[in-house]
Design a protein around this ligand. Structure first.
Ligand code: M6R
Length: 614
């Protein structure tokens, strides 16, 4: 939700801030704005719509040169996406400018206070209230850091706030509670960002901030205090990817680039996880093997695509470990009084590591004394920091709003977790674990071969460009893949799509089938529990009603061709692992269809990359 940038240094702040906003635009793109400190005043521009609108406004009416500034790209919560509601917001006399990510929950009572004091409020946002409060505090104490500390004590909810003072060009002050914020450490310059993409072209040295902390950056210094004013310290870290990873590299979309990066991402997710004998080692898992042996129930919590990765994980974890495993949407889990004990292992899956629904669920689980293990892609983000253990997925930055390499590496990490638990508990024989690990090592090549045939899927997308509705069917791990295929199509192409468990079709959804309706069918590998034959039966049922079947099947599955209007070949892998190759054609199809429809694939309407509000 919302991208935030702050800068103090020796460069033109407008350039640094706008470039940072461009890299953060995936976080929200309802409006954008910038404010600079110039000769004792705040100079600002803001516009509804994408960053391009703000850039146009700046080209028409340039801001003066300044080396201290803040910027914001918005995903609207309080108030419609208009120029007036865009950030930055100013205090009553225009001395303070402030940008904000999150929701201030006691906004109504604070608004009443601010209005009672005679201030004029121009927008419908909760943010403007914070700007007015901050400016009043600043007028009283004369120091922006101290004023921020006072204001943070009265704000409730989730917020990252970044502010500047017209009378003090030397500093930018930021505060965070339940919302992301990192500091970029430069030489003679320092940066604030919602994530490291904001400043990656300037520095790869970053500082992670804790909960309820305030940071003040000047050109040469970074200091951190708690909301209570006590001195505090951030945690420095080195960002292990560079600017090129945050660029499109010749692709039309970040999403397409990220789909094509999946062989590399899978390889990286597996790197260093096993010894020469295939015995797993998960160094980042800080939960002892003794504690893991006590685990008698696993609950996976996540949202969206990460939830579907969790559904895949359930099949694998239960099969390998024989530990009962539930999968639940984090926002449902949090507010339903789930049964949690010390021997429950909660696994939180999140690409961004900032999803508020998942974070709140984690906190609830830890309050009940369950151990939490995060599967996460973003180093230094809140979810791994607040978990007992983490498996990083090492996918590299995912900029496209639709998750692709994030998903595939979550699935790989979940397989590794299941195998590791099986190894620790002794529920699977060593050779079995080593065998699956060896199969996983072949996955990059399998995925690469599917990508090499992308043109076939692109042709299919062109054929189906005018379709109004698409269904996806699967059984076993093919079921979550069907759900994921449908989600990709909904969020990118804005067309009706639904995923079903193939066995459920005859209990109702089959009524949707009309002649010519495209139905993607993920056909399980042959040989396990009649899954393959049962799926063939479902395909026959829909063909009998005129559906156009697009069947994803093992490439030597000769039977499949008889039931397919279009056959998409998958590599031969074991049933539990089929989720990995099977998702790739669905990603390519959705990306291409949305492109042909003229949609913005990287920034679909109404969405944002990381959902930092509940
Ligand atoms: O960052 P997270 O993995 O926690 O995000 C969870 C969902 O918001 C995310 O997967 C969302 O569903 C994507 N738009 C799917 O492509």
């Amino acid at each position: 939700m919302c991208g935030i940038v702050g800068y103090v240094g020796n460069k033109r702040a407008q350039d640094v801030v706008i470039e940072g906003l461009r890299r953060l635009e995936y976080r929200g793109y309802d409006s954008a704005g910038i404010a600079l400190v110039h000769e004792g005043t705040i100079e600002w521009r803001k516009r509804a719509g994408k960053l391009a609108n703000l850039e146009k406004a700046l080209a028409e009416a340039p801001l003066p040169g300044a080396s201290t500034g803040i910027g914001h790209t918005r995903w609207a919560t309080h108030g419609a996406p208009t120029d007036l509601n865009a950030h930055p917001h100013l205090g009553n006399s225009g001395r303070v400018a402030l940008v904000h990510n999150g929701i201030i929950e006691n906004f109504a009572s604070l608004r009443a206070e601010v209005e009672a004091a005679g201030d004029d409020l121009l927008s419908e946002t909760d943010t403007e209230i914070a700007a007015h409060l901050l400016e009043s505090a600043l007028e009283r104490c004369g120091n922006l850091t101290e004023a921020m500390q006072q204001v943070c004590q009265v704000l409730e909810g989730a917020f990252t706030i970044v502010a500047i003072d017209a009378q003090d060009p030397s500093r930018v002050v930021a505060a965070r509670r339940n919302s992301p914020l990192v500091v970029g450490l430069g030489e003679g310059e320092n940066f604030i960002g919602s994530d490291v993409a904001a400043f990656i072209e300037h520095t790869r040295e970053a500082l992670e901030l804790g909960q309820d902390q305030i940071v003040t950056i000047t050109r040469d210094d970074v200091s951190v205090i708690g909301f209570d004013g006590a001195p505090a310290e951030g945690k420095p870290y080195h960002v292990d990817w560079d600017l090129s990873a945050a660029e499109k590299d010749g692709y039309d979309w970040f999403m397409r680039k990220e789909i094509f990066e999946q062989p590399r991402a899978i390889g990286d997710a597996l790197l260093g996880r096993h010894d020469a004998n295939g015995r797993l080692q998960l160094d980042e898992v800080r939960i002892s093997d003794d504690d893991l042996r006590q685990v008698d129930k696993i609950i996976i919590i996540a949202c969206g695509t990460a939830f579907y990765a969790g559904l895949v994980a359930k099949y694998a974890i239960e099969h390998w470990t024989r530990i009962p495993c539930e999968v639940e949407l984090a926002h449902e889990f949090r507010y339903r009084d789930p049964i949690l004990t010390r021997s429950t292992l909660v696994v939180a899956i999140s690409q961004s590591g900032e999803t508020a629904d998942t974070l709140m669920a984690i906190r609830h689980a830890r309050q009940q004394r369950s151990k939490v293990l995060a599967i996460c892609n973003t180093n230094g983000s809140t979810i791994p920091r607040e978990s007992d253990a983490v498996i990083y997925t090492h996918a590299g930055p995912e900029i496209g709003v639709a998750s692709t390499k994030g998903f595939i590496t979550q699935v790989i990490a979940a397989y590794l977790l299941g195998l590791y638990l099986a190894q620790v508990k002794g529920t699977s024989y060593g050779e079995e674990v080593a065998g699956v690990v060896a199969e996983l090592r072949d996955m990059p090549d399998h995925v690469q071969r599917i990508l090499d045939d992308a043109d076939e899927l692109y042709a299919l997308a062109a054929e189906l460009k005018d379709t109004k509705s698409v269904l996806f069917l699967g059984r076993h791990v093919g079921f979550p893949i069907a759900l994921e295929g449908a989600l990709k199509l909904k969020e990118l192409a804005y067309i009706h799509a639904e995923g079903f468990a193939a066995g459920e079709l005859k209990h109702g959804p089959i009524a949707l089938i009309e002649p010519g309706m495209p139905v993607f069918c993920v056909l399980p590998p042959r040989g396990r529990d009649q899954l393959h034959d049962k799926m063939i039966s479902a395909i026959q049922e829909i063909r009998a009603r005129g559906a156009r079947t697009i069947v994803l099947a093992e490439d030597d599955d000769l039977e499949a061709a008889a039931y397919a209007d279009t056959l998409i070949k998958l590599p031969r892998v074991s049933t539990l692992l089929q989720a990995v190759p099977a998702v790739v054609p669905l990603q390519l199809f959705a990306c291409e269809l949305a492109t042909l429809l003229g949609h913005d694939v990287d920034q679909p309407r109404n969405l944002a990359k990381s959902v930092t509000v509940e």
